[in-house]
Design a protein. Structure first.
Length: 430
């Protein structure tokens, strides 16, 4: 599938016109590339001011198909943007009656339905031996994305929408490390790293000039106020965003400056959609956003070719996002860390990867995990366990009825489970 300009498929990519910035620098003790002066000059000419990443740079990042970027966030889970995997959406002033089954396949594009094959690029370039083909088990799009099926641009619809999705695959991919999604709030001024396999030119070039995904690239940035998207917009792109719209969008999206606003920054370009935004200050790869969209200022004159963003938008992953993205990711068993809603979590591990489950359930075998249940049903029972805590209360190898449950925390119950035997088990009964 090729790029479709400003459609439900890949719309954004990274690093259009990156003059003067150094790419490939970031957290996780990643060292910058050590190049001689002539090598740097040649690379900058090729990348319009930037450098590709080192081989070991945030290796959870992958390209998917030939349209978008994604990140591995679980043994068989990949995080990307909703518009990368969503089906056809009616354009403005659509003159025909909508099909009865619109949106078809519950809004999922046909090539992302269960059973379809997906090419995953995990090298610094696409089309290399690192490419693998996997089978899609299920594609999950955040419910808000199709809350207004006739809204052509969900990001800017009334109440906005979260541009985020998770692809579940059938195969293990041990060669690709998994990153954790950070559920903590991300304030203005946070230093981040945005990455992607997108194009390296303007976003308004003819799509036929693009040949799939590009090289894996990165750039540092800082989150800026949502008010930054309140500006005159290029006429052909969309009307100007109002202050009230910007506030809602800011509750759903991180905003970073594009190259048109700050020459030291990178801009998203087609193909970077779905790419992760990493927290720069973290000692491990932590994802705090997903590349989604961009805004453009009007052209300054005939020499201004346009197509370089003023601001970039990245879907928030935090628990405090407007549409509850963090909780939704937890419900899909995405690897997560942090989150203000976990401040009452009493797991010894610190609840860095709380898994949201529901009653009834039965789990057996070796385990060392923290679970959250909105409702614990009639009783909890466990046997042959090393440790079981219920909201901080020790209930190891005990049967506990609902009349003896401790008080709820964060609206439910945290169950920390540690077991070292294959027959050890715990059970929740309605």
């Amino acid at each position: 599938m090729k790029y479709q300009k400003h459609s439900s498929l890949a719309r954004t990519g990274i690093f259009a016109v990156l003059s003067g910035i150094s790419l490939g620098l970031g957290a996780c003790a990643v060292e910058p590339l050590d190049m001689g002066e002539s090598e740097v000059r040649d690379s900058e000419q090729e990348l319009i001011g930037g450098l590709p990443v080192p081989l070991d740079f945030y290796r959870s990042t992958v390209g998917i198909g030939d349209v978008c970027t994604a990140a591995k966030v679980g043994p068989r889970l990949f995080l990307t943007a909703a518009h990368c995997v969503a089906g056809w959406r009616v354009p403005p002033r659509y003159p025909f009656p909508l099909p009865e089954d619109y949106p078809e396949n519950n809004g999922i594009a046909g090539n992302f339905l269960p059973g379809n094959l997906l090419v995953i690029h995990s090298g610094v370039n696409t089309g290399t031996p690192e490419d693998i083909t996997v089978t899609i088990v299920q594609t999950h799009i955040h419910p808000s994305w199709w809350s207004c099926p006739t809204c052509y641009e969900p990001v800017y619809q009334e109440g906005t929408a979260a541009d985020i999705a998770v692809i579940e695959i059938a195969e293990d991919t041990p060669q690709i490390p998994s990153a954790r999604v950070d559920l903590d709030p991300v304030p203005v001024g946070t230093e981040i790293i945005k990455v992607g396999y997108g194009c390296e030119v303007r976003t308004n070039i003819p799509v036929e000039e693009l040949d799939g995904l590009g090289r894996y690239k990165s750039a540092e940035g800082t989150t800026i106020p949502a008010s930054s998207i309140v500006h005159p917009h290029e006429v052909m792109h969309r009307p100007a965003v109002t202050s009230s719209q910007a506030a809602l969008i800011g509750d759903t999206y991180l905003i970073t400056a594009g190259h048109a606003q700050n020459p030291d920054n990178a801009s998203l370009c087609m193909g970077d959609s779905g790419g992760p935004v990493y927290l720069k200050s973290s000692a491990e790869p932590r994802i705090v956003g997903v590349n989604s969209d961009y805004t453009f200022m009007p052209r300054s004159g005939p020499e201004d070719l346009g197509g370089v963003s003023w601001t970039d938008l990245h879907t928030r992953t935090s628990l405090d996002s407007l549409h509850g993205v963090g909780s939704w990711l937890q419900s899909l068993n995405v690897d997560t860390v942090g989150g203000s809603a976990n401040t009452n979590c009493t797991c010894p591990s610190g609840c860095n990867a709380v898994k949201t489950v529901s009653a009834p359930l039965f789990k057996q075998g070796v385990d060392d995990s923290c679970y959250f249940l909105p409702d614990l049903g009639y009783s909890l029972n466990n046997y042959s366990m090393i440790q079981v805590n219920l909201n901080g209360q020790d209930v190891t190898n005990q049967w506990v009825g609902n009349w003896a449950y401790p008080a709820r925390k964060d609206g439910g119950y945290y169950v920390y489970v540690k077991a070292g035997l294959s027959w050890a088990a715990w059970q929740v009964v309605n």
